[in-house]
Structure formats: structure tokens, C-alpha cells
Design a protein around this ligand. Structure first.
Ligand code: PMP
Length: 366
């Protein structure tokens, strides 16, 4: 049978890291801690109540949830955010796809600095948007001159900048962010202002002294900051991502979103989880400390490991990363072969995961 598959999808495998049932899963930057009993009880009660009205569509505009997310951001980042500037969807993956549906498309391009998150080119492909990359410097910081030259040349509708970046863990410097936002705003397609998405999926794990891009929102109407409950909040299975942006951007996203895109159960479960923000953020503090100790240990082992603002560490180079991956897996430790050749990424787990990873790494061929 010959199907009318879009030519750009021919031969492409679905995205996905292995989901293996091993003792130490350190490959997709999840939070290693399951929700507390109190959180489970609150989510269960909220879902039970909402189940009674599942014959009705849920609030299409998710107003209550957006109010709660705005309050959470005020407490977490000390930045005033009105709920009308917050938008929520099924993971930040869906948020970024919606942004491309609204602002990308045929004849337009999106741009990022690589290495970075491997889904950006997929959002572009799925929305018929061209995709342009600029190499980062050897220390994984942006090559600002190359970025600005590429912006002037390609006039991107959207620029993706992950901060902290996946897979390097490195954060974007504020002055660099400003330079990119200003260059994009002056060089969008057809004389418009190009949008910059600063993807803060791991924002809560930033080190003291690393500011959130939320602080820049007051200065730029073309900036979007995305966040997720998948990482710091330990809710990867819930699928709840959100963004903060100018109202005009949120209005455009609401035009392309599918009606009732966010299930009523998701909305109430997310709101119940948000009531436990304090305990979640305390746990993030513990993971940040463990990350810093792990990075130091990796450097002590002779690896290059860039300073991480996220819940994972990239390290290398190793002679044969696939062999290292397999040997770690034989010892029950699952990591990710990602980033520059010879580099491997490991998520920060529990104290027990951390011990197992270190013991295994000392045993394998490097
Ligand atoms: N951005 C980055 C940089 C990520 O690493 C991830 C998840 N791995 C996401 C966005 C997507 O997260 P989610 O869709 O779960 O919110």
C-alpha cells in the first residue's frame, strides 16, 4: 500500500528515549521522588470531585489553573505575573507546538543554538516550519555574533533558547538573552518582531545568582518563557506545561489550540499539586545540592562537566559512549547518549541512585 505520507516524515522513527524497567532510571531528567502521601490524597480527592461532572466539557480557558500558576510563579521567582499572561497545555511540548502553529508555518523559519533539546526540530517539522541551527561555542555558551548574523540572514519567526539548556545544563546569560531578543524583534519575517522562547523546563533548579528569564518579561513583548510541572514539580506523568507572554501572544495561541485541549482531570490535578509547592521546592533544593556534588565528583574523575543549572549533568568525553551506556545498563543504571560525540547525560536521582551511578561508573571502560 502506498500511503500519502508527507514526504518529510518518510522513514522517520517516533521520538523516544528507552523506557526500561531498571533500578536507576537516570535518562529523562525526571524527578526521582514520587508525590508525597498528602499530595496523592489531595489529587485523588480533586479528581474524584471533578469526575462527577465529566459529562460536561471542562473550562476551555483553564482560568482557575492559570490563576494558580501565576500565584506559583510570583512565589517561586518573585515576579509579578497576571493570570491573563499565563497559558497552559499538555506539557511544554504542546505549548511550543501551539506557538509554532500560531507564528510559524510555510515560508517561515525557527532557529536554535545547538546542541539543544531534540524536540525543537520536530515541532518545526510538524508545523511545516523551516529549521535553522547555529553552533554553540566549545563551552556551550551562545556564539552571540553567529546568532545575530543568522537572525539577520534568516529572519526567524521563532527562536528557541533552553535555559538551562538540555543536554548541557548551562544557563543563558542575561545580557546575551537581551541581545538575542532585541535582534529577533528587529528582524522578524516581513518586518514583524520575531519571538524568542526561553524554555525554562528546568528553571527551578537554577543555581543561586542565576536569574529567571521571567524577570525580562517586563521589558519585552516578544519574549515567551515556558515552564513545566514535569521536572521540579515531579509531575511528568500529569502532562502540564505553561508559558508566560504578552497577552497578544496568548490570544494568538488561543486561536490555534484545539477546543478543550486540557482535560478537566488534568486541570484539577495540577491545581491540587500546586497547593504542595512548598514541599516540592524544598525537595528541589536537595536535588540541586546533590547535582553540585555530583558535578564536582565527575570533574574529580577527570571528566569535563559543565556547570549545571538543571537536574542533570553532562560529562565526557569517553572513548566509546555506547559501550559506556551498555556497561552502565548492565549494572542497572540507565543514562542518555546525547550531546556532543563522546558525552553522556545523567539525571540527578535519589541518594541511592547517586551511589549506584558512581560505583558503576568506576567499574566501566571509559
Ligand atoms: N524543554 C526541555 C528543554 C526539556 O528537556 C523537556 C523535557 N525533556 C521539555 C521541554 C518538555 O517537557 P514537558 O513536555 O514534559 O513539559
Amino acid at each position: 500500500m502506498s500511503l500519502p505520507l508527507r514526504p518529510e516524515l518518510a522513514g522517520i522513527e517516533p521520538y523516544g528515549a528507552p523506557q526500561l524497567d531498571v533500578a536507576h532510571r537516570l535518562n529523562v531528567n525526571e524527578n526521582p521522588y514520587p508525590p508525597s502521601d498528602a499530595m496523592i490524597a489531595d489529587i485523588t480527592e480533586a479528581v474524584r470531585e471533578a469526575a462527577a461532572s465529566l459529562n460536561r466539557y471542562a473550562d476551555r480557558d483553564c482560568v482557575g489553573l492559570r490563576e494558580d500558576l501565576a500565584a506559583y510563579l510570583r512565589a517561586e521567582s518573585r515576579v509579578e505575573v497576571e493570570w491573563e499572561r499565563v497559558w497552559a497545555a499538555n506539557g511544554s511540548n504542546e505549548i511550543m507546538t501551539q506557538l509554532l502553529q500560531a507564528f510559524g508555518g510555510a515560508g517561515r523559519c525557527a532557529l536554535t543554538a545547538v546542541p539543544s533539546y531534540s524536540m525543537y526540530p520536530e515541532y518545526a517539522r510538524d508545523t511545516g516550519t523551516d529549521f535553522v541551527t547555529v553552533a554553540r561555542r566549545d563551552d556551550f555558551a551562545l556564539d552571540i555574533d553567529a546568532m545575530i548574523a543568522a537572525i539577520e540572514r534568516h529572519t526567524p519567526a521563532i527562536i528557541f533558547l533552553a535555559s538551562p539548556n538540555n543536554p548541557t545544563g548551562t544557563a543563558l546569560e542575561v545580557e546575551q538573552a537581551r541581545a538575542i531578543i532585541e535582534a529577533a524583534a528587529a528582524n522578524g519575517p516581513d518586518g514583524t518582531s520575531g519571538i524568542v522562547i526561553i524554555d525554562e523546563a528546568y528553571g527551578e533548579f537554577r543555581r543561586d545568582g542565576t536569574p529567571s528569564a521571567l524577570e525580562l518579561l517586563a521589558d519585552y513583548d516578544s519574549l515567551v518563557v515556558t515552564r513545566t510541572m514535569s521536572k521540579a514539580f515531579g509531575m511528568a506523568g500529569l502532562r502540564l506545561g505553561y508559558c508566560v507572554a504578552a497577552r497578544e501572544i496568548i490570544d494568538a495561541v488561543m486561536v490555534v489550540r484545539l477546543p478543550y485541549h486540557l482535560s478537566g482531570l488534568t486541570q484539577v490535578a495540577a491545581r491540587a499539586a500546586l497547593r504542595h509547592a512548598d514541599e516540592q521546592l524544598a525537595q528541589v533544593g536537595e536535588l540541586r545540592d546533590r547535582r553540585d556534588r555530583l558535578a564536582q565528583w565527575l570533574r574529580g574523575q577527570g571528566f569535563h562537566c559543565p556547570e549545571s543549572d538543571a537536574n542533570f549533568c553532562l560529562f565526557g568525553p569517553v572513548a566509546d559512549r555506547h559501550r559506556l551506556f551498555e556497561q552502565l545498563l548492565e549494572r542497572g543504571v540507565l543514562v542518555r547518549e546525547v550531546g556532543p560525540e563522546g558525552y553522556v547525560r545523567v539525571s540527578v536521582g535519589t541518594a541511592d541512585d547517586d551511589r549506584a551511578f558512581r560505583v558503576a561508573l568506576e567499574e566501566v571502560d571509559r
